[in-house]
Design a binder for this molecule. Structure first.
Ligand code: NOJ
Ligand code: CA
Length: 524
């Protein structure tokens, strides 16, 4: 018999919200978001959207070669975002509002400006190889070889991303203890957990063997073809990663208060993905499940994602779902405006912890950034690959700079259209924001949605409308989503708790109801 997971840990029932700190709220008018701005706006998360936890992307001292994913000091705050006192104010204000705070931890690489990198005594803290030829065929995710010559030109160092982001040598115990101290630093300050950047990349093949060519090279939007041409069996995910995850878990478990470990792991083989929970559920609490990204709004693919996850997830482990983040094109553009509302219904009703990327609750489209305005280093290295379009400023109101920054400020990326502001959307019943708010309220009130089991249902043996049931004890909820351009009939009956069309909220479906294209309903 399958036992229900106990919802004792807060992160199982929580909804997470990702803040990209450059882009959320600028208090001092330099055009870049900061901690004081974030602190001032926390009420939105607590009282308007009503989420439970925030994940804050990196805010540590950094030359900003990859906008903070190049850390030069793990134990401080970049002056651009404030200082440690501003961080502490943010954390305690969040906790006063019952919001948990998870911070990004970037263990795979540091900045090349981190003092460790130029310290001759710490040469073995990074991955160096001598020789005239490139040490192997590994490619940087951001284009070109994963190796560059060091400052004195005599040896190569490994960088899975930019040359400004040298990979740490996690096989050196001194690296592990120094990096564990950085976890302790933030745990001691009171954070509720970590989102671990490219988590399974920390352990590579110790022999640095070549990657074989890809059997079926991945294709698609924003896949670097040079990188996709290989099977990445040696440059990441060496089995030793499990031991490292277990040691990290032991460390965070030594703190009271259910600290959470969320891992950024782009792994689409369900069995491998599930292995990161740990054989005894002693590794990551939530390895990010990115399967909805390639699935788009294809009902077959979404069904396979639900089935794949439910078949693979170990008993007692808890799922999670995500639609977008600061690396992916905005969902309202990737999927379409109406489609992105149906996707929001799925995100907030599937079994597991959802993460909402800031701005998606407002239906932000991908911003079109002219060549001259490109800021993302990936976009500068590989035109067309930039991620600026999903990182534009949060829009609070229809005023100057959308309330993101004082009126005279010049935001670091252009501000979008006022129809996507919080104030405008609150006044429109059919807005993305009001749909998210409704879904969050319904979710919180329904044990079936918070912790219930899931079962796919099929209407007339067809994948569309995608239909699934959630239940817990006597509480039962059915979600029906028409993932197609055509109207479709559903014969299910029930009260509409939430749905993409607000006119239906609280009304009854009595069977044989026509759902509009991309319409989704949550029925009691
Ligand atoms: C994944 C992060 O999400 C991305 O933004 C970053 O560029 C790379 N890791 C490198 O840290
Ligand atoms: Ca600022």
């Amino acid at each position: 018999m399958v036992t229900e997971p106990q919802m004792t840990e807060w992160w199982r029932s929580a909804v997470f919200y990702q803040i990209y700190p450059r882009s959320w709220a600028d208090s001092n008018g330099d055009g870049i978001g900061d901690f004081d701005g974030m602190t001032d706006r926390l009420g939105y998360l607590r009282d308007v959207l009503r989420v439970d936890a925030v994940w804050v992307s990196p805010f540590y001292p950094s030359p900003q070669a990859d906008f903070g994913y190049d850390v030069s000091d793990y134990c401080d705050v970049d002056p651009m975002f404030g200082d440690l006192a501003a961080f502490d104010r943010f954390l305690s204000a969040a906790h006063d509002l019952d919001l948990k705070v998870v911070v990004d931890w970037v263990p795979n690489h540091t900045s090349n400006q981190h003092p460790w990198f130029s310290d001759g005594d710490k040469r073995d803290w990074y991955v160096w190889r001598n020789g005239s030829e490139l040490p192997n065929n590994w490619k940087s995710v951001f284009g070109g070889p994963a190796w560059s010559r060091g400052p004195d030109g005599d040896a190569w160092y490994l960088h899975s991303f930019l040359p400004e982001q040298p990979d740490l040598n996690w096989r050196n115990p001194a690296v592990e203890s120094a990096m564990f101290e950085t976890l302790e630093f933030w745990l001691d300050r009171g954070v509720d957990g970590f989102r671990i950047d490219v988590a399974h990349r920390c352990m590579k093949d110790p022999l640095l063997r070549d990657n074989p060519p890809a059997v079926e090279p991945a294709t698609g939007y924003k896949i670097n073809p040079e990188y996709a041409a290989f099977e990445h069996i040696h440059d990441l995910a060496h089995p030793d990663i499990h031991g490292l995850f277990r040691r990290i878990r032991t460390l965070v478990d030594s703190y009271p208060g259910d600290k959470v470990l969320i891992g950024e792991i782009h792994e689409y083989d369900w069995r491998v993905w599930a292995s990161y929970y740990g054989r005894d559920l002693d590794e990551l609490h939530l390895p990010f499940n990115f399967s909805l990204l390639p699935a788009g709004v294809d009902p077959d693919a979404i069904m396979r994602a639900i089935e794949g996850l439910e078949a693979a997830i170990p008993t007692g482990a808890w799922p999670n779902w995500v639609l977008g983040n600061h690396d992916e094109p905005r969902i309202a553009t990737r999927l379409g405006h109406e489609q992105s509302k149906a996707a929001a219904v799925l995100l907030l009703t599937l079994r597991g912890t959802p993460t909402i990327y800031y701005g998606d609750e407002l239906g932000f489209p991908e911003a079109q950034i002219g060549t001259a305005a490109v800021r993302d280093p990936w976009g500068l290295r590989m035109p067309g690959f930039g991620r600026d379009g999903c990182r534009t400023p949060m829009q609070w109101d229809a005023g100057p700079n959308a309330g993101f920054a004082p009126p005279e400020a010049e935001p670091w990326l252009p501000v979008g259209h006022h129809a996507q502001s919080v104030a405008t959307q609150l006044s429109r019943p059919d807005s993305h924001l009001n749909l998210y708010r409704r879904l969050l309220d319904v979710r919180r009130a329904a044990p079936a949605l918070m912790e219930g089991s899931v079962r796919l249902l099929s209407q007339w043996g067809r994948p569309n409308p995608l239909t699934f049931e959630r239940w817990f004890g006597d509480d039962r909820v059915v979600v029906v989503a028409n993932l197609s351009e055509e109207p479709v009939t559903t014969d299910l009956a029930g009260t509409v708790l939430a749905g993409t069309d607000p006119h239906r909220w609280d009304s009854r479906l009595e069977g044989s109801t026509m759902l509009a294209p991309w319409e989704a309903v949550v029925l009691s």
